[in-house]
Ligand binder design. Sequence first.
Ligand SMILES: O=P(O)(O)OC[C@H]1O[C@H](OP(=O)(O)OP(=O)(O)O)[C@H](O)[C@@H]1O
Ligand SMILES: NC(=O)CC[C@H](N)C(=O)O
Ligand SMILES: [Mg+2]
Length: 501
Amino acid sequence: MCGIVGVVSGAPVNQLIYDALLLLQHRGQDAAGIVTQEERKFFMHKAKGMVRDVFRTRNMRALPGNSGLGQVRYPTAGNAFNEEEAQPFYVNAPFGIVLVHNGNLTNADVLRAELFSTDHRHTNTDSDSEVLLNVFAHELEHATRGVALQPDDVFKAVRAVHRRVRGSYAVIALIAGHGLVAFRDPYGIRPLAMGRSAEGAVVFASESVAIEGTGHEFQRDVAPGEALFVDLAGNLSAQQCAEKTQHFPCVFEYVYLARPDSVLDGISVYQARLNLGASLAKRVVSTVPPSDIDVIIPIPESSRPSATQLAHLLGVPYREGFVKNRYVGRTFIMPGQEVRKKSVRQKLNVIGSEFKGRNVLLVDDSIVRGTTSREIVQMAREAGARKVYLASAAPPVRYPNVYGIDMPTSDELVAHSRTVEEVRALIGCDALIYQDVDAMKKAVGAGNPALSGFDASCFDGVYVTGDIGPDDIARLNAGRKGGTEDEEDASRLALPNAADA
Ligand SMILES: O=P(O)(O)OC[C@H]1O[C@H](OP(=O)(O)OP(=O)(O)O)[C@H](O)[C@@H]1O
Ligand SMILES: NC(=O)CC[C@H](N)C(=O)O
Ligand SMILES: [Mg+2]
């Protein structure tokens, strides 16, 4: 998941896009970029780093114009360390197009070869988003064939994109001198919503928090397969561009990725996390009697809503036992296992008095590689806890993700091929309680019964696009150049087999 934003306004948009990217920073910490358009000319600045570091005053001054795009990147394809893969991407024909993408294409290799051999287009990075832009550009060229661009041509191009591209994609593109198009894959895996300001500006963003937090009114989500085109005067047209759609948003957005103050596809992220806490409460009482728990402590930040609800329903005091250093980013979305591991200790510190001589139930939203939980359980013991129980508001993460979350291999997942008891022993806690998959889907889905279901592939191994097998997963992983090889080796060494535990 990355964070994307796009806007067409009657006033300069550079500050607005910057503010929206700050509100989406939790979706990508590796690189950031903004492009604006003035008199058919694009102005772009992008670099590795967090939003505040990438954009200095001089960069902001060099982004004039009333329409533009922005992106914060969390790499899931190509090379995490390559600045060239920061977004937006640009092509000069037809018209001049810039594009931002959240998601992950599963047939980028095939498309890259087709682009070269059949479409005669050059891509210069390993990014799947550059491939997506070139497919869209090729199809738009084909749809317009030298005549003035109409919204219908844009929709025709998006229809062709749906036919050629596989995987997950929420996209916003700006076509020079014409307008902005936003579209979502036919399964609606990654989120995308639209809002408006009182002055008539139209904004699209990954999460509602970036729409409302920049002074716009949330209007609606972009439907799966749908494309919306806004011309530079702010006129909007919309069309369903996919032959068949089903709505399977990524359940991990609600578990961890999105901000709790966002509403995605009609579901409040905060409410979903409260519901997950309520359903986790049932699992906890069947494993550990509440009378044996002195205190419930969340692992900051994302587990807080679930932990408060769990404590409330169990009638056990909820206390803050870990203080988060607010200047360290989210560890899960950092590239490379060594840096993630070090960051947990840098990021969280214990309040010793909350642990000393107590039986504590620690709550996290999810346990993925086990980096956080292994450190945290140890820290709780070092602080004098008598018993350390651990509950996860999500089920065991057992399968790789191919739709825009950086979990490319099963080996790195602590729960892959391990029983709950084996994971417990590895993490070193006295009891380990997981949510179950159906309960998770029910808890999150309660907010919108109209959905077809969820992409919960990392929990249940079901890939909603129906075209992903073990060979595809191996191929996609081979194409990743995420951390350094040393970091990857270190991550394997840090995770002994169950037999060694
Ligand atoms: O098992 P792991 O591989 O460690 O991954 C899971 C952990 O990573 C995330 O926290 P993160 O620090 O990224 O963000 P947060 O502050 O939003 O909780 C998540 O909330 C879990 O705590
Ligand atoms: N997390 C994402 O959405 C990543 C977008 C794109 N696949 C990239 O790696 O840049
Ligand atoms: Mg966390």
